[in-house]
Design a protein around this ligand. Structure first.
Ligand SMILES: Cc1cc2nc3c(=O)[nH]c(=O)nc-3n(C[C@H](O)[C@H](O)[C@H](O)COP(=O)(O)O)c2cc1C
Length: 168
């Protein structure tokens, strides 16, 4: 059984709410075990243990939160052990043009340095019944989270989980 970890730093709960919806979508995929873990409980050995890692952060000054950067820096020693795992990133921001893509790309950059296979957030296939805009590099939302944002997060979770299921 393939496994996925969903986690994020979140100070006021928005990114955490998106993580829960991503986890909900991912759990719909057969053959995949999904854990949505609180950020402060995630250890370096968790990173090694899962086949897919979906990592999120709020946008802080156009980048990721220092807490997530610190975690990434402090777990550099797992380098080599994440090669070939699936990675995906998500973020929430206050403003529409607040730096969501740069924050996502910071997470993706760390994943690529670790040799992970990064999955983006593609627009739904026309043949599917899903309606999904696609965030290109990862999932993003800004302002107050809407039902639509949460549905997009479920779609993203399903999509990443389907890739993990196919690869494992
Ligand atoms: C220190 C700090 C810096 C922030 N910088 C930005 C920013 O550059 N762009 C933006 O759109 N929002 C910014 N925000 C707003 C947060 O990204 C936004 O409220 C986010 O959804 C909070 O996520 P959380 O509820 O998971 O903590 C900032 C918030 C804080 C506390």
């Amino acid at each position: 059984m393939a496994s996925i970890l969903v986690t994020c730093y979140s100070r006021t709960g928005k990114t955490k709410k998106l993580a829960a919806s991503i986890g909900k979508g991912a759990k719909e995929v057969l053959g995949v075990d999904v854990d949505v873990l609180p950020f402060n409980r995630v250890t370096a050995s968790d990173l090694v243990r899962y086949d897919g890692i979906i990592l999120g952060s709020p946008v802080y000054f156009g980048g990721i939160a220092a807490e997530l950067k610190e975690f990434i820096d402090e777990t550099t020693f797992v380098r080599g052990k994440l090669v070939g795992k699936v990675g995906a990133a998500f973020t929430t921001a206050g403003d529409r043009t607040g730096g969501k893509e740069t924050a996502i790309l910071s997470i993706v950059q760390a994943m690529l340095i670790h040799g992970m296979i990064v999955v983006g957030d593609p627009i739904a296939d026309e043949s599917s019944n899903e309606e999904h805009n696609g965030g290109h590099y990862g999932l993003a939302a800004d302002g107050q989270l809407t039902e639509h944002d949460l549905l997009q997060a479920e779609y993203f979770g399903r999509y990443v989980a389907s890739v993990v299921a196919r690869m494992c």
